[in-house]
Structures are given as C-alpha cells and as structure tokens.
Unconditional design. Structure first.
Length: 133
C-alpha cells in the first residue's frame, strides 16, 4: 500500500473549504470527474472519471469543519482518503492523506503515480473552486 500526504495553506476559513469538499451535489469544480452519484443514505457515492475510472466511496468520518474521510475501491484498487482542516490566522491548513493498494504485480509501483496525479488535480481544482466562491 502506498501513502502520500499533502499539506497546504489556504487563505480562506475552514468552514468555506468544508462546504466545497463535502457538497456531493455540487462536484463540477472537480475537473477529472464526469459524474458523481450519491446513494440515498448519503454515505455512499460513486465517482466517474474522465479517464474511465470509477470509484465506489463510503464516508467513514465526518466531523464538521475538521475531519472528512472515506474508503474507496473498484475492481483494480482499494484505499483510504482523508482531509484534516486546521484553522490558522491566515485561513486554514489542509492535510490531505491518500492511501491506495493497486492489485497486480506492478501495483505498488503504479500506486504512487496514481495517488500523486489524483491528489495534484484535486488540490489544483480546489484552489480554483475556492477562488470562485
């Protein structure tokens, strides 16, 4: 299993970041997605990506304006994704941690590049979304 963490300072309140990242009905700020389908229970959802990937997600932690975590899986991988928000004088620090295990003999090598690509896109998209809100 591969794990990476990104820490970034964002010049806006944690509450604003929280609203953007947890609003599953308004996902269009995420440039890699073509659809996001929320199940009735509100804790399970499916992300469909432009590259054809589909991720089945289950929210595992939801502490408003502080901590948001989910498990993710599809037929090729499984993993965990987590955001911690820490208020600062200038806005908030966000710690984004992703762990993934990709099945197959090259899984460990592929996991790091998969995680980095997804996390970089998510952060870039989030920055753009926060500028527009």
């Amino acid at each position: 299993m591969r794990r990476i963490m990104t820490r970034l300072e964002l010049p806006c309140p944690a509450e604003r970041i929280w609203r953007v990242i947890t609003d599953l009905e308004h996902w269009s700020w995420r440039s890699g997605l073509t659809d996001l389908l929320v199940e009735r229970d509100g804790r399970h959802f499916v992300e469909k990506f432009r590259d054809g990937d589909v991720l089945f997600c289950r929210i595992t932690a939801f502490a408003p304006c502080r901590w948001y975590a989910l498990d993710m899986a599809n037929d090729r991988l499984f993993g965990h994704w987590e955001v911690l928000l820490i208020p600062t004088d200038q806005g908030a620090r966000m710690e984004l941690t992703s762990e993934v295990w990709i099945k197959g003999p090259l899984g460990n090598l592929l996991a790091k590049s998969w995680l980095l690509r997804r996390q970089r896109r998510y952060v870039a998209d989030l920055r753009r979304a926060l500028e527009g809100t």
